[in-house]
Each structure stands twice: as structure tokens, then as C-alpha cells.
Ligand binder design. Structure first.
Ligand SMILES: Cc1cc2nc3c(=O)[nH]c(=O)nc-3n(C[C@H](O)[C@H](O)[C@H](O)COP(=O)(O)OP(=O)(O)OC[C@H]3O[C@@H](n4cnc5c(N)ncnc54)[C@H](O)[C@@H]3O)c2cc1C
Length: 302
């Protein structure tokens, strides 16, 4: 397992800004994440210092080279889960490896992806869930689907096997993109992969059936949406971080209620703008640096 002092989850403006501060302070910094939404060819007209505008892609490229210049290790890896470890730090599972860190800055933006099922809103909280760690328990012994493709969905399906044996993945018509080792894990756990789309939901008050694009109707008690990537709320639940809907609760210093975990940018849900994300990233880094110093001093005394 790799080790680092601070792991920053998210390579958008908040994460990169935090990395510039922590790496420049000489702290071993690992940034996990890729393809920030802002990094398209969108013109950013309102960010300080760029009167002729700059594209999101250019801004992120500059941010990456700035953080790398101070020694931050930028890795294009998707985080699947974060857990407390026995050393008072955190173990992070990515789609490529495991990283152990003393502190964490969550800078994941907001990325809940809703599938285009016509009556999905009627069943949200009544069989439709976006978080296995939060709601898997309520589906003990029931029939469940995971909607999505790729390693995030595969991982969610495997986690659901802790609660029920009847788990299927529905890729919503997309081609499944998992590694051979994950395909093997799914096969060993008897998790079937459906390539049709769920187009409509049925049930009196609570989800009972899913109508598929080929006209088949299947009995199902719960559908877990795992499109896109694991969100900060998934991590929050596993770590015991207080949330406000899909947002992380962070105080004035970007501290969450869990010592050693800080949050910045859109995932905190204040004013969803680059300037705010960059500012909060700097504050989160400042707080994380102080936390690591205090932790080290306490360890030296003990
Ligand atoms: C089309 C568009 C145009 C915009 N235009 C403007 C504008 O003109 N001006 C302005 O100020 N703001 C604009 N915004 C808003 C701005 O992009 C956001 O406020 C800003 O990007 C937030 O930064 P962030 O770092 O908090 O999150 P993001 O930029 O969303 O970055 C989050 C990062 O976390 C990563 N991530 C998430 N989950 C995981 C995971 N499980 N593992 C690894 N990585 C993960 C994501 O892939 C991404 O890299 C625009 C947004 C969009 C979508």
C-alpha cells in the first residue's frame, strides 16, 4: 500500500488549490481524480486574473502543473471508498490501488448522476437509492439492481452482497467497462449483468417492478444508482461525516466533524463557483497543515 501525508480527492479547482498549498509547505501530497467537469472547452469569464477569459481545460492544466511544480503527486485514479484505519488515519481504495493517508481533503465537486427513467422521482427514498453504504442494510434478503457500468457500479454490487444474495447490475444499455479481475469477482459472486435499460418503475407506494427496454418486467425491491463515480456523500457515510443533503458539512476552517477530514469546493455546497472552490481549497489546506503539525507534536510527546 502507498502512503502519503495528505490525500486530496478531486482534481478540480478546490483540490488543486489545496495541493498547491500543502505541497508547497513540504507535505507529501497525493491528488486522486481526473477529468474535472470544468475542464471542458467552456470559457470562464469571471475568474480573477483572466480578463480575456480562459477555458476550463486550460485553467485545470495550469493548476495541475502548478501543484506538480511543488511536488504534489497527481494521479488519474478514481476513489471507490475511504475507511478509517487503525493508525488514526485513512485507507483509500481506488480503481488502481490502495493508499494510506494521515489526513484527507474531500474536493469531489457534486456529481450525482440521475438515470433517465421517466418516473424515477416517485420512487426516490421508496426503493431508489444513491448510496449502498447508507441504504444497503434496508434491503437485506431482497432483490436489488445496481444501475451503472464500470468499476464503481461493480464495487457497489459487491458491497450489496453483504446484505442480499440477489444482486444484478443493469448497465442501462452501455457496454460494461470492467477489468478481468472485477469480471471474475462478479462471476464468483453470481452477479448477473443485464445490458437492457430500465425505462419505467412500478409499485404501489414502494418499488416492486422494473420495466426493461425490451418489454420485460422484472421484480425488484431496490435499485441503487451508481452512474458516474463515488461521491463525497458515499465517503461521508462510511467515515461518519455530517452531511446536508448531497453536501458535506464543513465549518469556517473547512473542517468536517471528523478530525483529519476537510472538505472544499462544490461538495460543500456554498456558492458553486471556481473562485470559491479555490479559496476553500486554500483554507482546507491551511487547516490540514495545522492538523498534521499538531498530530506530529502529540506523537513526539507520547
Ligand atoms: C459547464 C460548466 C461551466 C461552468 N462555468 C463556470 C464559470 O464560468 N465560472 C465559475 O466560476 N464557475 C463555473 N462553473 C462551476 C465550476 O466549474 C465549479 O464551481 C468548480 O469547478 C468547483 O470546483 P471543485 O474543485 O469543487 O469541483 P469540480 O471542478 O467538480 O472537481 C471535482 C473533481 O473531483 C473528481 N471526483 C469526484 N468523485 C471522485 C472520485 N470518486 N474519485 C476521484 N475523483 C473524483 C471529479 O472527477 C473532479 O475532477 C461551471 C461549471 C460547469 C459544469
Amino acid at each position: 500500500m502507498d502512503t502519503t501525508d495528505i490525500a486530496i480527492i478531486g482534481q478540480g479547482p478546490a483540490g488543486l488549490s489545496a495541493a498547491i498549498y500543502t505541497a508547497r509547505a513540504g507535505i507529501k501530497t497525493t491528488v486522486l481524480g481526473c477529468d474535472p467537469k470544468v475542464a471542458g472547452n467552456y470559457d470562464i469569464d469571471n475568474y480573477f486574473g483572466f480578463p480575456d477569459s480562459i477555458t476550463g481545460k486550460e485553467l485545470i492544466e495550469l493548476g495541475c502543473s502548478h501543484a506538480a511544480k511543488f511536488g504534489a503527486d497527481l494521479r488519474c485514479e478514481k476513489v471507490l471508498g475511504i475507511y478509517h484505519n487503525d493508525q488514526g488515519g485513512f485507507d483509500i481504495k481506488t480503481d488502481k490501488k490502495k493508499v494510506s493517508s494521515k489526513a484527507i481533503i474531500l474536493a469531489t465537486g457534486v456529481s450525482r448522476v440521475r438515470p433517465g427513467i421517466k418516473n424515477i422521482s416517485e420512487y426516490e427514498g421508496r426503493g431508489i437509492s444513491y448510496c449502498v453504504s447508507c441504504d444497503g442494510f434496508f434491503f437485506k434478503g431482497k432483490k436489488v439492481f445496481v444501475l451503472g457500468e464500470g468499476i464503481f457500479a461493480a464495487n457497489q454490487a459487491l458491497e450489496l452482497k453483504n446484505y442480499t444474495s440477489d444482486v444484478k447490475i443493469c448497465t442501462q444499455g452501455k457496454k460494461e467497462k470492467i477489468t478481468e479481475s472485477y469480471a471474475e469477482l462478479l462471476k464468483n459472486e453470481h452477479i448477473e449483468i443485464l445490458s437492457q435499460k430500465v425505462v419505467e418503475l412500478k409499485g404501489d407506494n414502494f418499488l416492486q417492478q422494473a420495466v426493461l427496454s425490451d418489454g420485460n418486467v422484472m421484480d425488484v425491491d431496490g435499485i441503487f444508482i451508481a452512474m458516474g463515480e463515488a461521491s463525497s456523500t458515499d465517503f461521508a457515510y462510511a467515515l461518519g461525516i455530517t452531511t446536508r443533503g448531497v453536501f458535506i458539512e464543513a465549518d469556517y476552517d473547512q473542517k468536517t466533524n471528523i478530525p483529519g477530514v476537510f472538505a472544499a469546493g462544490d461538495c460543500v455546497g456554498r456558492f458553486l463557483q471556481i473562485s470559491v472552490a479555490v479559496g476553500e481549497g486554500a483554507i482546507a489546506a491551511h487547516s490540514a497543515i495545522a492538523y498534521l503539525k499538531e498530530k506530529k507534536a502529540a506523537e513526539n510527546q507520547g
